[in-house]
Design a binder for this molecule. Structure first.
Ligand SMILES: Cc1ncc(COP(=O)(O)O)c(C=O)c1O
Length: 437
């Protein structure tokens, strides 16, 4: 047995200090805390793969526009609750350019990150009909969204999409929807953490069932256009970002500035509500909110109650970003493609040292390279692997915390530094020697 890069006692003490009973269930922030403590105590650097922070500089188009807006005095003025008209126009145009669907500017509403968007959407969807009180997750997913439901006391159901791709997705979804209690269906595409990309046929299935069973689809596009197998670069030309919006009227799209434009710090996203849903009247909403339709309850009631709108200057940044992208002058995918390059190198290292990719296929194609991927090690549970890798100065979260039923870890490619690829290789070599299969 070769010595591990970090003294095991240091890691175990850092875990014990946090009272983590089972490392399999450690949250992102707990894993991060243990890694930081162990790094400090050992003096050995960690390769941090737990947190999905953009590892790229922010979009310069956005920074410039935001500074300009601030210099023009925008900070003293409350933003319009519907959003700055310039952003609404540009968001609608961006949706047409990169998704290929028409959504009127009135339905494009800025929020303080998709986080706020989903929080408000959960609240709204759960109030449309008193019999529909449950949100359905096509998992694995972003753990914080379940926390948002817990905070609000809204029920949820979940299933792991791993065994239900392609033709199997419809019957599985229907088994939940037919109970009559599902108000909304949520998934991210590309998916955090598995990087599964639901294809147009699967989205068509989701869309048709959502219409039939009167559920609202919350399509989380946090990793917008990051399926790098497809040429999604050219505005107003197919292929487009895959979307359910082509197959149902019941949808809300969540377009975040955080990852696609590396703008996480400014907390900006746009929620795009399909025109028909925006204007739809739900009896329960009308009774509670003075006869307002769905879209106006979202903005003038939910968002107004939560934050009275979204940072004014960040809206100008997002408007400029979306405009430049739609004009074709800002090629945002050329920047984010860096994540795919990193994923490619990291996967190669892990695979060479006996690891395997857990969510390895998109139907019959290998999974794309992108912001996240998933790994497992023969004979180890996710919890054992996450704990063991800490001794090698590698930190990651367990899939179990994301609603996955698979044993393994989520690897985030955003934070690895150029010199750490070699370090990862050296450490995984020792890991494989110490854990023969
Ligand atoms: C799937 C998913 N949705 C939403 C978010 C949050 O987005 P935002 O920063 O816009 O709140 C994240 C961030 O990691 C994510 O992975």
């Amino acid at each position: 047995m070769r010595p591990t890069p970090i003294d095991k006692k240091i890691v175990d003490d850092a875990i014990a200090k946090r009272d983590i009973q089972d490392f399999a269930f450690a949250t992102i922030r707990e894993v991060k805390g243990v890694a930081e403590d162990a790094e400090l105590a050992s003096g050995v650097e960690f390769i941090k793969m737990e947190m999905g922070i953009p590892g790229l500089p922010p979009s310069q188009v956005g920074v410039k526009a935001q500074i300009e807006a601030l210099s023009n005095g925008i900070a003293s003025i409350y933003p319009d609750i519907q959003g700055a008209p310039v952003l609404k126009e540009q968001a609608s145009r961006f949706v047409k350019a990169f998704i290929g669907v028409d959504i009127a500017p009135e339905g494009c509403i800025p929020v303080t990150g998709s986080m706020q968007g989903t929080y408000a959407a959960f609240c709204l969807c759960s109030q449309c009909d008193k019999n529909r009180d449950t949100v359905l997750f096509i998992d694995p997913g972003f753990p914080v969204q379940k926390m948002q439901l817990n905070v609000q006391g809204i029920k949820y159901e979940t299933f792991d999409v791993y065994d239900y791709r392609g033709d199997k997705l419809g019957p599985k979804l229907e088994s939940y929807l037919s109970r009559g209690n599902i108000c909304a269906i949520i998934y991210s595409n590309p998916n955090n953490p598995s990087w599964v990309c639901l294809d147009e046929e699967e989205l068509e299935t989701i869309g048709h069932l959502a219409t039939r069973y009167n559920a609202i689809v919350l399509e989380d596009l946090a990793y917008f256009a990051m399926d790098f197998r497809k040429e999604l670069d050219v505005p107003f030309q197919p292929p487009y970002q895959a979307t359910v919006a082509r197959y149902t009227d019941n949808y809300m799209l969540f377009i975040s500035g955080s990852k696609a434009f590396s703008y996480a710090g400014e907390r900006i996203a746009v929620v795009c509500i399909g025109d028909a849903l925006f204007h739809r009247h739900f009896q329960a909403l009308s009774q509670r909110y003075e006869g307002l339709p769905f879209g106006l309850v979202f903005s003038t009631r939910m968002l107004y109650a939560m934050s009275s709108g979204t940072s004014h200057s960040a809206q100008y940044a997002m408007a400029a970003i979306m405009k430049a992208a739609s004009d074709g002058s800002y090629k945002f995918r050329e920047e984010t493609r860096e994540y795919a390059r990193r994923a490619h190198k990291m996967k190669e290292i892990f695979l060479r040292h006996n690891f395997y990719i857990v969510y390895d296929k998109d139907l019959d194609q290998p999974i794309a390279d992108g912001f996240y991927f998933t790994i497992g090690y023969p004979g180890m549970t996710g919890g054992q692997l996450a704990h063991e890798l800490m001794y090698y100065g590698v930190s990651a979260i367990c899939l179990i915390t994301t609603g996955s039923h698979q044993e393994g870890l989520r690897v985030c490619t955003s934070f690895i530094k150029p010199h750490q690829f070699q370090l990862l290789d050296e450490r995984m070599k020792i890991f494989a020697e110490n854990n023969p299969i």
